[in-house]
Design a protein around this ligand. Structure first.
Ligand code: GRF
Length: 219
């Protein structure tokens, strides 16, 4: 049984997709959902699924270090095997990242290493790229850095608005993230000392996840 703690900051559509896809998987336990804002809308999905929730409010802490320490203590009450960042919008301290090394993953709405940071869809359109997508990666001390596990690539259409592109990427995130976590739960995917193995072989490049029509209900 893989015990996971999910960290959110807002809407929580990825959390919802994870609960829908993995809630009855049998080998995954959602030990807690922790929000960085007490008004994070995504908390409702945890409550509906009867997953314990907590809030460690970023604005109650003066700096990254004190926030990260409080968050670490809250997470460790559940002693999870995996910490899942799902729309978690804050920088975490190096000490936090090192503490959870090899068991901290994030989803980012771009084909990393392109477009680290915010406003990825706007930047993708502004740059005129023809392909865009989402990445799931282990977290290291660099912003949106760390070994990339898997990516979904989608075509950018000439007519795409930022919102249209964002919606198509988000739909793929909802398929990609549960798949990666299921791989970790069933032992197919492992990370030791920042080195990923997949089905017993070292992972030399990100796993390419075919983009598929959306099947998960979106908010
Ligand atoms: C997603 O696009 C995720 O990749 C990024 O933040 C967004 C969160 O959306 N890190 P939601 O809160 O899961 O709906």
């Amino acid at each position: 049984m893989l015990s996971i703690v999910v960290l959110i900051s807002g809407r929580g559509s990825n959390l919802q997709a994870l609960i829908n896809a993995l809630g009855s998987a049998g080998n995954i336990q959602f030990s807690a959902v922790i929000a960085s804002r007490d008004d994070a809308a995504g908390l409702q999905y945890a409550q509906q699924a009867e997953i314990p929730t907590a809030t460690v409010s970023r604005r109650e802490f003066a700096d990254t270090d004190s926030f990260s320490t409080a968050l670490k203590q809250e997470i460790e009450q559940s002693q999870p095997a995996l910490v899942v960042l799902a729309g978690f919008m804050h920088i975490l301290s190096d000490e936090f990242v090192q503490h959870f090394a090899d068991r901290l993953i994030n989803i980012h709405p771009s084909l990393l290493p392109k477009f680290r940071g915010l406003n990825t869809h706007r930047r993708a359109i502004a740059e005129g790229v023809t392909e865009h997508g989402a990445s799931v990666h282990y977290v290291n001390e660099e912003l949106d850095g760390g070994p990339i596990i898997a990516q979904t690539i989608i075509d950018v259409r000439a007519t795409d608005s930022i919102d249209e592109l964002a919606a198509r990427v988000l739909a793929q995130e909802h398929l990609l993230y549960p798949t990666v976590i299921q791989w970790i739960a069933d032992g197919s995917l492992q990370c030791i000392d920042s080195k990923i193995t997949f089905r017993g072989e070292p992972l030399l490049k990100p796993i390419l996840f075919e983009s598929r029509p959306e099947t998960t209900e979106c908010v």
